[in-house]
Design a protein around this ligand. Structure first.
Ligand SMILES: [Zn+2]
Length: 278
């Protein structure tokens, strides 16, 4: 409860002392405070405090100290970008993990086939991505080409039933406990959203290749975020996957890096909580 909470408290005191009271400010009289000490709090700051309080300890600890107003300004850029750029489909920040799912019937509205072309190579011929992710993959791949690297796209959208077959196969191969650490149960995979790409050989070694290093260094500049970073299995539920990136947009990648220790899971959990709480 330190870090941004300390800043929040300092800011709320500042509001009450400065005498500034705009229509956006409300006066909250908390029962724990003396009756003559009423603290003026911006409703957004009060909401931020509540949302942060609802986050896991790990997420709270990942958030650096900073100016809450700056945090809120950055948050609104992220939310506005999603509103302006996304189609009629679900939000590009949709939280999906071991606890948050999509239905068996969910299929992205606008799936675009991903075939071999001048930008990239594919490792199979039945790949597809949601439109926004496809367009962003073009931009990423163009930048890679400019640096002399042609990306290899190995896995993209997967239907619920495809993920089901995949997960069952891994369970038979490695047992349930191990399979859970690297493969998603049907309905819980970012691949079903049509916004995730597995690059290259889909092995740890790929991270050390020229292509792997380039993608790691530049993906966020084009809105692609590493979903399962090294050392966060207890947070994401999955072992490190150097090859798996999710498209969330440039603003969200910046927000994730600046305020959430560059951990996508923390950032998306926060946005989900912000959108869920009044
Ligand atoms: Zn993947």
């Amino acid at each position: 409860m330190k870090r941004i909470f300390a800043s929040l408290f300092a800011f709320s005191l500042l509001c009450s002392c400065s005498g500034k009271s705009t229509s956006e400010n409300v006066v909250l009289a908390k029962e724990s405070q003396p009756k003559n000490l009423q603290v003026a709090v911006n409703p957004e700051l009060e909401k931020l405090s509540r949302v942060l309080s609802s986050m896991s300890e790990k997420c709270k600890n990942a958030i650096p100290n900073g100016n809450p107003q700056e945090f809120l300004s950055d948050l609104h850029k992220v939310l506005e970008w999603d509103e302006q750029n996304q189609s009629e489909d679900i939000s590009l920040y949709y939280l999906i993990d071991k606890k948050h799912k999509v239905g068996e019937d969910y299929v992205p509205l606008d799936l675009v086939p991903v075939k071999n072309n001048e930008f990239w190579n594919v490792s199979r011929n039945d790949l597809s991505l949601r439109r926004e992710a496809y367009d962003a993959l073009e931009k990423l791949s163009q930048a890679a080409l400019n640096d002399g690297i042609k990306l290899l796209v190995s896995s993209t959208y997967r239907s619920y039933s495809y993920q089901e077959r995949l997960f069952d196969r891994y369970v038979k191969q490695d047992g349930l406990e191990l399979a859970e650490r690297y493969s998603a149960r049907p309905g819980t995979s970012q691949h079903q959203l049509g916004v995730a790409v597995d690059f290259g050989s889909i092995t740890d070694d790929w991270g050390e290749t020229k292509m792997g290093k380039w993608v790691y260094d530049h993906a966020a500049d084009y809105g692609w975020s590493l979903s399962f970073p090294q050392g966060y299995e207890d947070v994401t539920g999955y072992m490190w996957e150097c090859w798996h990136f999710r498209y969330i947009g440039v603003e969200a990648c910046r927000f994730q890096k600046k305020w959430f220790s560059n951990v996508q899971q923390f950032m998306l959990e926060f946005v989900d909580a912000w959108e869920s709480i009044d």
